[in-house]
Design a protein around this ligand. Structure first.
Ligand code: B1N
Length: 830
C-alpha cells in the first residue's frame, strides 16, 4: 500500500491543483444544481428544504476545497512551527453563513438561489448548529480557530466529534427538561470522515518492565482498545483564501476487538462491544465549570489527546524527524485541564515507544505544552482519583508519579523540607482521597500558564498557585480573551457592520482597533440617529424571531435588558430576579407610580447542568416571575420578562445586536473573564457589571461614564468573608430587599404555594455563597442610574457608540497575537 501511494504521489496528475468553480452567479447555479442532482439525488422540482440546504453547503465546500488542499500541503511542506489547540469543546455555531462570508460568496449565492426560486434565508434556517460545547470555553475555542485561519497562523484544532452536543432545553411548566441534541440526524455536510486514517487507542490493562538490550524499560499492556476516526472540518479565514483544519475524533469499535468476540461465536457480545466503543464520543458532558469525575469523561479526554498526538507525530512530521527538535515544530495549547492527560501520554510515547531518555523527554515536553486556566472556582479544578487513573491508564499514572517525585525533589532543593509547602504543591494529593490535580500537572509541565483576563491571571498567580509562581518565575502570564468580529459583528449585526464600513471604510473586520475611528462619529447627531435606527431594527428582527421561535414578543419602545449565559449561582441570575421582583413589588404596592417606570423587557437565556438542582430551581423561578409579572394588568406592560428556551449561538446572534443593557453581574473574583460581555459592548449595549473578569478591562477602555459599575471589589469580597458574612443581616436592614424576598417566599409566584421556592429563599438568607444580598442595594441603586440615563436617548446612543469604538481590543485576533508573542513564538504564516 505504501509503495502504491508513492507511485501515485509521483504521477504528474497528482500535483495538478484542483480549481475552484467560477465565482459567477451562473457558475454557482450550475454547481448548486449539480450537487442537488448528484449528491442529494433529487431534481430541483422534487427537492426538500433539507436537500437544498445540503446541496448549498456542498457547493460552498467545493469553492473552498482548492484552498484547503493547498493549505494542507503548504503546511506539511513548510515544516514551520505550528500550534495544535487541544480542546474538548468547540461551540461552533452555524457554518453556512460563516463560510459564505469567509469566501466572499454571500451575494453570489443569494442571487444564484433566487434564480432557482429559493430564498437563501429559508435554507439558513435548516442548519442545526454543532453545539459541541457548553458555553464560554467552547465558544472561545471556536473564535480562536477563526482568528488563526484569518491570520494565516499554521495551526490545527483537535477535539471530539460528539454525536450529541449540548442538550436541547425545553420548559415544561416553567421547568427545564432536557432533550438529546441529534445534530447529525439530517446530514452533516461540513465534515470529511477519514475512516482509513483511524488510530487505535488503548485503555486499561497493566504495565511491566523488560530488558531492552541491557536497558530496563517499562511498557503498557492494555486490555482493550477503540478506533479513533478523524473527521475534518474546514476553517476558512476571512477574505484571505486560507482554509485551516479542525480535526474531531469519533470512536468506533476496532476490528480486532470484534474479531476476537466473533470467533467466540458470541454475536450479541460483539454488538455490545461496538456500542461500548462508540460510547466514548457519544455525548458532550453538560457541566459547565463543575465537572463530575466520571470515568467516561476521562476516557473521552485520553481518547482525543492520544489520537491527536499520534496524528501529529505520524502524519505531520517526516518519518526521520529528529525528536529533539520537537519544540521547534509544535506547541500544544491545553484548553483548561480537560486535555492535560496529553502530558503523560506524550512522555509515554517519547520514553516507552521512541525509547528516549527520561530527562531528555521531559525537557522536550516542558517546551511543547502550554496551559490556559479558565476558572478560579475550586470545584471546577479537575481532579482524578488515583484509583480510576490506575485502572484506566496504569502507565500514565506511573509517569505522573515520577513527574511528581522529581518535581517535589526540586521543590525541596529550593525551599528546603517545608512539608506544608510540599503537600500543597504535590500533583498527587492525599485528601479527601488519593488523586491527581490536573491543574498542577499542567502547571509543572507547561512552558507557560495563562489566565483569561488581567484580574483572573493576577488571582491565579497570587491566590490559587502562589507557590508555583514563586518556583517558576516568569511562567505565569495573561492573555485576555477575545471574540471574532466576523461572526459577532459582520454576521450577527450586518446593518451595524455596513454603518461602520460607511464611516471607516473596509478593513476594520480584520483590524478591530480601527473602530476607534467611530469616536468622532459619536458626536455627529446624524450618525447617532442612524446608529439608533440600526438598534431599533435589530429589536424588531429579534421580535420577529422570538415570535416565530417561541411565541414571545419584545414590545416596541422597551429598553432591552439582557442576561444570557449558563445558569450558575456565581453568575447571580438571582440578583437580576431580585431587581425584577423589586420593580414589580414597587408597582403593585402602590409605592411607585407605574407611569414612572421605564418600560423594560428582561431577556434571559440560560441552560442549567441537568444535575444542578439549585440552578434548575432558579430557572423555574425566573419563568414563574415572568408569568405573574407579564400577566398583571397593574404593570401596564411596562415590565416584561422573556425567557426563550435553548439559548445557543444561533440565538445569541439575534439577541446580542438588539440589546441595550448587558448584565455582567457575577460576584467579583468568580467569573474568569466572560466573553458575552465583549460581544455586547461591540454591538453597542451598555454594561451594568461588577469589577470582575474582563469587565474590568471593558470599563477601563470604554470609560466610567459609559459603564454602570456596582458591587464589591474582589478585595472587599475577601474582607467581608474574613469578617463573617451573614446574609440575613442585609435582609433585616434593607426594606426593599425584605419586600422582594418576602414576596417570593409568600408564594406570589407559585400560586400561593410557599414550598416551591422555599429552598431558593433559604439559600439566600442562610447561605448565599455568592453574596447576592451584599450587592443587592448597590445593584438596585445602579439600575436607577440606568433608568435615568436611558431617559436621554441621544446621550445613551452616544455612550453606545463609544462602547463600540473603544472595544476593538476584544477581537480574538488580538488574543491570538498575544498568544503568539507571549507563549507560542510561532511564525506569522507558513
Ligand atoms: O471560560 C470562558 C470564560 O470567559 C468564563 O469566565 C469561564 O467561566 C469559562 C468545565 C468549564 N471556565 N471553566 C469552564 C467548561 C466546561 C467544563 O466541563 C469547566 N468554562 C469556563 C472562556 O475563557
Amino acid at each position: 500500500a505504501a509503495s502504491g501511494r508513492t507511485q501515485i504521489a509521483d504521477h504528474p496528475l497528482a500535483l495538478a491543483p484542483v480549481s475552484a468553480p467560477a465565482s459567477s452567479v451562473d457558475g454557482f447555479v450550475r454547481e448548486f444544481l449539480k450537487n442537488l442532482n448528484f449528491t442529494q439525488g433529487v431534481p430541483l422540482s422534487a427537492s426538500s428544504p433539507n436537500d437544498r440546504y445540503l446541496a448549498l453547503a456542498h457547493t460552498v465546500r467545493d469553492y473552498l476545497m482548492a484552498r484547503w488542499l493547498e493549505d494542507q500541503r503548504g503546511q506539511r511542506e513548510a515544516q514551520s512551527k505550528g500550534v495544535a489547540y487541544l480542546s474538548a469543546e468547540y461551540l461552533l455555531g452555524r457554518q453556512l453563513d460563516n463560510n459564505l462570508l469567509a469566501s466572499r460568496l454571500t451575494d453570489v449565492a443569494t442571487e444564484a438561489l433566487a434564480k432557482c426560486g429559493i430564498d437563501i434565508d429559508d435554507l439558513r434556517q435548516q442548519e442545526v448548529e454543532p453545539g459541541l460545547g457548553n458555553g464560554g470555553l467552547g465558544r472561545l475555542a471556536a473564535c480562536f480557530i477563526d482568528s488563526l485561519a484569518t491570520m494565516s497562523v499554521p495551526s490545527i484544532g483537535y477535539g471530539i466529534r460528539y454525536e450529541y452536543g449540548i442538550f436541547r432545553q425545553t420548559f415544561v411548566d416553567g421547568q427545564q427538561v432536557e432533550q438529546p441534541d441529534a445534530w447529525l440526524s439530517l446530514g452533516s455536510p461540513w465534515e470529511f470522515p477519514h475512516p482509513e486514517a483511524a488510530q487505535t487507542i488503548s485503555f486499561a490493562g497493566h504495565t511491566e518492565t523488560y530488558d531492552d538490550d541491557g536497558v530496563e524499560r517499562s511498557r503498557w499492556i492494555p486490555a482493550w482498545n477503540v478506533q479513533a476516526v478523524p473527521y475534518n472540518y474546514m476553517v476558512p479565514g476571512y477574505h484571505n483564501g486560507r482554509v485551516n483544519t479542525l480535526r474531531l475524533w469519533r470512536s468506533v469499535a476496532t476490528n480486532a476487538f470484534d474479531l476476537r468476540i466473533f470467533n467466540s461465536g458470541d454475536y450479541e457480545e460483539a454488538v455490545r462491544a461496538q456500542i461500548f466503543a462508540e460510547n466514548i464520543s457519544k455525548v458532550l458532558y453538560p457541566e459547565d465549570s463543575t465537572p463530575q469525575g466520571k470515568e467516561l469523561r476521562l476516557q473521552q479526554q485520553y481518547f482525543f489527546v492520544a489520537a491527536s498526538i499520534r496524528d501529529f507525530l505520524t502524519n505531520v512530521l517526516a518519518e526521520d524527524f529528529d525528536l529533539e527538535k520537537l519544540p521547534e515544530r509544535i506547541i500544544f495549547q491545553l484548553n483548561d485541564t480537560h486535555p492535560v492527560i496529553a502530558v503523560p501520554e506524550f512522555m509515554r510515547v517519547l520514553v516507552d515507544e521512541k525509547k528516549m531518555d527520561w530527562d531528555a523527554a521531559w525537557a522536550i515536553t516542558q517546551q511543547c505544552f502550554a496551559y490556559t486556566c479558565h476558572t478560579l472556582l475550586p470545584e471546577a479544578l479537575e481532579v482524578w482519583s488515583v484509583d480510576l487513573l490506575g485502572r484506566l491508564l496504569p502507565r500514565h499514572l506511573e509517569i505522573i508519579y515520577r513527574i511528581n517525585d522529581e518535581f517535589l525533589l526540586a521543590v525541596r532543593e529550593r525551599f528546603g523540607d517545608d512539608e506544608m509547602r510540599i503537600r500543597n504543591m504535590s500533583i498527587v494529593s492525599d485528601f479527601p482521597e488519593r488523586s491527581v490535580r490536573m491543574a498542577y500537572l499542567a502547571t509543572v509541565a507547561g512552558a507557560k500558564v495563562n489566565g483569561v483576563a488581567e484580574l483572573h491571571s493576577q488571582l491565579l498567580r497570587d491566590k490559587v498557585l502562589p507557590d508555583f509562581n514563586e518556583f517558576y518565575p516568569g511562567k505565569f502570564t495573561n492573555v485576555t480573551n477575545g471574540v471574532t468580529p466576523r461572526r459577532f459583528i459582520r454576521l450577527a449585526n450586518p446593518q451595524l457592520a455596513d454603518l461602520i464600513t460607511e464611516a471607516l471604510g473596509a478593513g476594520w473586520t480584520v483590524d478591530l482597533e480601527r473602530l476607534r475611528g467611530l469616536e468622532s462619529f459619536a458626536e455627529d447627531p446624524e450618525f447617532r440617529a442612524r446608529f439608533a435606527e440600526v438598534k431599533a431594527a435589530n429589536k424588531r428582527t429579534l421580535n420577529t424571531v422570538l415570535l416565530a421561535r417561541d411565541g414571545l414578543s419584545v414590545p416596541d419602545g422597551h429598553m432591552l435588558d439582557v442576561m444570557v449565559k449558563r445558569l450558575h449561582e456565581y453568575k447571580r441570575q438571582m440578583l437580576k430576579v431580585l431587581h425584577i421582583v423589586t420593580s414589580y413589588e414597587g408597582i403593585i404596592s402602590g409605592r411607585v407610580d407605574v407611569k414612572d417606570v421605564t418600560p423594560r423587557t428582561f431577556i434571559f437565556g440560560a441552560k442549567a447542568a441537568p444535575g444542578y438542582v439549585m440552578a434548575k430551581r432558579i430557572i423555574h423561578l425566573i419563568n414563574a416571575v415572568g408569568s405573574v409579572v407579564n400577566a398583571d394588568p397593574r404593570v401596564e406592560g411596562r415590565l416584561n420578562v422573556v425567557f426563550p428556551p435553548n439559548y445557543n449561538v444561533t440565538l445569541a446572534e439575534r439577541v446580542i445586536p438588539a440589546a441595550d443593557l448587558s448584565e455582567q453581574i457575577s460576584l467579583a473574583g468568580k467569573e474568569a473573564s466572560g466573553t458575552g460581555n465583549m460581544k455586547f459592548a461591540l454591538n453597542g449595549a451598555l454594561t451594568i457589571g461588577t469589577d470582575d473578569g474582563a469587565n474590568v478591562e471593558i470599563r477601563e477602555l470604554v470609560g466610567d461614564d459609559n459603564f454602570f459599575l456596582f458591587g464589591m471589589t474582589e478585595p472587599e469580597v475577601e474582607a467581608l468573608w474574613a469578617e463573617g458574612y451573614r446574609p440575613s443581616e442585609f435582609y433585616q436592614k434593607d426594606e426593599d430587599l425584605r419586600r422582594a424576598i418576602d414576596l417570593i417566599a409568600s408564594g406570589a409566584f407559585s400560586g400561593g404555594d410557599r414550598t416551591t421556592f422555599e429552598p431558593v429563599v433559604s439559600n439566600l438568607l442562610y447561605d448565599d455563597r455568592f453574596m447576592v444580598l451584599a450587592d443587592y442595594a448597590s445593584y438596585i441603586a445602579e439600575q436607577g442610574k440606568v433608568d435615568a440615563a436611558y431617559g436621554d436617548q441621544d446621550a445613551w446612543t452616544r455612550s453606545a457608540i463609544l462602547n463600540v469604538a473603544r472595544s476593538g481590543y476584544f477581537s480574538s485576533d488580538r488574543s491570538m497575537r498575544d498568544y503568539i508573542q507571549r507563549i507560542w513564538h510561532t511564525p506569522p504564516a507558513y
